[in-house]
Design a protein around this ligand. Structure first.
Ligand code: SF4
Ligand code: SF4
Length: 320
């Protein structure tokens, strides 16, 4: 058995998906994204804030980079509960924010490669683009990457490896076949981020772009109070996608916070002001490091949920 087939087989046994792609694909993926930026098809702030710093990271010096190993592991939204004015609210967070990076893919791949005398190092690379250029995943109309059989609720891990890999040509990035006759995500997206003028998402219209912004940045006025669906990220377009049907209503269950703690979080409590009994839950879900985001993001989600409960009686103009 080759190292590559051992990786694919053992990942499949775990319910994961994996691919080994040539190292050249990293530069090609970066260039593809940079090209979109040069053509003005990628929001400059998005590019400068998120992508450029990642592309500038140096390659590891501990090995000869020959390939990239991509691993997709099922991921789920986190579900927490908060209490306000005696009411309990379910609050979801899109996958990928609140749980520590899954250490298993790194450990599993390193163990598989050991007998082959090969090793891995962390990869700073545009994994989503790499995956779609390698036939490993497909873009949905919502520009979210989908891995066959796993849908979009996946965590992508990437590793640079000294494992040899045939230098196969990059593939054309293809959308999910289903998108040609669907459009459910576009209909469900409240902001118009999924336009009909181009395939590329209008990232600056995406709620995710805004709830990831520095906590001091308020949501723009054009975001309606009812549109928020998650503490971080946004779930409207993924929830309606038929590719995700088998994976819906599955959550990583998080803690429930009482009224006093909820109010403290909404008021912008610092670490020192958090009651000791709430600290373990907040730390376990990485919220202690995200406290500054909660007045804006939690406030918006609770307001949206309250408005939904009230049947949208409040005026559309009442925004944060
Ligand atoms: S909802 Fe439909 S159009 Fe959108 S990504 Fe899913 S399959 Fe494609
Ligand atoms: S994540 Fe939300 S705002 Fe962004 S495209 Fe999907 S539905 Fe629209």
């Amino acid at each position: 058995m080759t190292a590559k087939s051992a990786i694919l087989e053992q990942c499949a046994e775990l319910g994961w998906q994996a691919a080994v792609v040539p190292m050249a694909r990293r530069a090609e993926a970066i260039e593809r994204i940079a090209g979109l930026h040069r053509k003005g098809e990628l929001d400059d702030a998005f590019y400068q804030e998120y992508l450029a710093p990642m592309f500038a990271e140096p390659l590891p010096e501990t090995l000869t980079p020959r390939s990239l190993i991509l691993v997709a592991v099922p991921d789920r939204p986190a579900r927490m509960h908060f209490t306000l004015d005696g009411e309990t609210f379910e609050v979801l967070t899109a996958p990928g924010y609140l749980r520590a990076p899954d250490p298993r893919p790194s450990a599993v791949i390193a163990e598989i490669l050991k007998p082959f005398g090969r090793s891995i190092a962390p990869a700073s690379a545009p994994l989503k683009t790499l995956g779609t250029m390698s036939g490993f995943s497909r873009y949905g109309r919502n520009n979210i990457s989908y891995v066959p059989g796993l849908g979009s609720f996946t965590a992508l891990a990437g590793f640079i490896s000294d494992l040899e890999c045939d230098d196969a040509a990059a593939q054309t990035q293809e959308a999910l076949a289903r998108c040609a006759s669907c459009g459910a995500c576009r209909a469900a997206c409240p902001t118009g981020a999924i336009g009909d003028d181009r395939f590329l998402l209008h990232a600056e219209r995406c709620i995710t772009f805004w709830n990831e912004k520095e906590p001091s940045v308020p949501f723009p006025d054009w975001i309606d109070s009812r549109w928020h669906s998650a503490l971080f990220g946004c779930l409207h377009c993924q929830r309606v996608c038929p590719e995700n049907r088998p994976h819906l209503r599955q959550y990583f269950e998080g803690p429930a916070f009482d009224e006093a703690t909820t109010r403290l979080l909404l008021a912008g409590a610092t670490k020192e002001e958090i009651p000791p009994e709430a600290v373990p839950s907040l730390e376990a879900w990485r919220l202690m490091d995200l406290l500054a985001y909660l007045p804006r993001n939690l406030g918006a989600v609770l307001r949206a949920e309250r408005l939904r409960r009230e049947g949208g009686k409040m005026e559309r103009g009442e925004r944060r």
